[in-house]
Design a protein around this ligand. Sequence first.
Ligand code: HEM
Length: 413
Amino acid sequence: MTTAQEQRAVPDPSAVDLTDPQTFLDVDPHAMWRRFREESPVHWQPVNGSRMPGFWAVTKYADVVDIYRNNKEFTSERGNVLVTLLQGEDSASRKMLAVTDGPRHREIRNLMLKSFSPRVLEPVVAGIHRRTLELVELALEHGELDFVTDVADHIPINTIGDLMDIPAADRERLVEWNTQTLSRHSSEDSALDEVMARNEILLYFSELAAKRRRNPGEDVISALATATVDGKPLSEDEIVFNCYSLILGGDESSRMSSIGGLIAFSEHPEQWRRLKSREVGADSATEEVMRWTTPAMHFGRRALVDVPVRDQVVRAGDVVTLWNSSANFDEDVFADPYTFDIARTPNKHVAFGHGPHFCLGAFLGRVHVNAMVEALRTRVARVELTGPPQRLYSNFVYGYSGLPVKLTAEPAA
Ligand code: HEM
């Protein structure tokens, strides 16, 4: 139940600006989303100075899942995140999987799934566990460190980097561009930095894809560069935009879940004990870390026709945003949602989305979080935060650019 005092501290939905990254730093997100779900679950937010007059914010789990599933009445082709949806279009439309619908989406998705299915990735899993363990062991030698820059930043980028055969020397640059594209370190970084980072990544892959076309190898870029659908090769734009989406998807969200997981364990000693004592398995803990951290706070769609949602009618052409960070804490679906419970079951969260655009890299994302949970469980005795976590400035990624911690090793067996 929400107390009167909490209610006062949380702005009512009409006073919240979901386009402003600062909102997500200023407000307690759980309390904010609870008010949305209770008072205005299908909420219209007007926007000034944009090509769109405003957008819907949908916050109940059942509605979020319904709209994710409904690619007949809602399209991803005019953008799938707030920033592009409000511009009225996405320059990657019909070139990048996430912003393509219909038969072309199915064809390209099937093609890409060949590189990302659990069966194909099985040989990569042991390597992810090994790399994570090595980094956690190195961190333990230092004791005090920044968990973001010293540990988490080096794991998923190297997995996706290996799969795409990206030269090792280029990977650090890509991590920095990734962070700038989806979010900012602070309000002082400009929106121009985001655009420039995106262009740097596109240019980088355009050069690499051209090389792989001439001289293909066993990697995912070569697979895209040499694939044919209905006897025709993919266009250069399709190859480059899909590489862009793999490097962003492959790195940023997995990194943020692992970091958020470490914070969650440091703040919930009882759950840390249950993990350490093996009372609860790492797979179950991984799912709860995914729900608890929900790194992709929202995705979105454009309505193609008028669609009633609860007591509102979403009109053809309207922008609809689906807030995973609310749906994953909906009291109607999750018992005691604000409790971090690593044994939670069922746990059908929407951290990876739902329906036809369900995350292509969900298996890989889970493996990364699982490897971190296992490494912490087996090697680390105690986690202490030694300074405040530095949150990213974003209305899309919930995550961190810095996390000072002290890790204490388990005594050698
Ligand atoms: C789609 C989240 C890891 C690549 C999505 C969507 C979500 C999501 C919510 C749905 C987007 C929509 O409906 O518009 C996450 C999270 C991850 C993660 C939380 C990690 C913890 C990955 C990884 C990869 C990846 C490791 C790459 C290998 C993609 C791609 C799509 C996608 C290509 C588009 C799929 C389609 O449109 O059919 N992701 N993702 N993601 N993700 Fe992930």
